[in-house]
Design a protein around this ligand. Sequence first.
Ligand SMILES: [Zn+2]
Length: 194
Amino acid sequence: MHAITQSGWVEVVTGCMFSGKTEELLRRLRRAEIAGQDVAAFTPAIDDRYGTATIGSHAGRRIEATVVDTEDPLPGMRDQLNGEDVVAVDEANFFGPALLDACETLAAEGRRVVVSGTDQTFRGEPFHPLPALIATAEYVEKLQAICTQCGEPATRNQRLVDGDPAHVDDPTVVVGADEAYEARCRSCHTVRRD
Ligand SMILES: [Zn+2]
């Protein structure tokens, strides 16, 4: 990636669950830190807990992150920012539409903004605000997982409730529910509609 000159930019790392998005986000942040750039990371307040959190991948890498409001993230980011060159946002799909403005503002100030989040709901529909972020970003990388059913590249989030596919009318985001997710390909992905 080129050096920051006059302007910043936005990078999006997206794809389904288990595709390695967070690992890729952390890889980019590590490379920036090795180059001596200061990094600030943010994560959504999905259950009213604020403070600091940890962005961690299954590969064991982790980094400290500040928890910010999902509907109005910029003030919380501003409180934390102190001239960092690189700003990271994990789990972008849990934010409301204001994340777009926050990323645009930070990039306009000359920062490199790296955003990670899944681009599809469990129904296989666009998961906002990722579509808008992807459209306005300078760089987009879409990662694939491996389908748990057939072994082909997976792009979809399969939600399972007690082992069965979730119903199409279930809410998009359920916090604290007893459910599981699998990565699946288009043909193995199932949504219950009865
Ligand atoms: Zn499959």
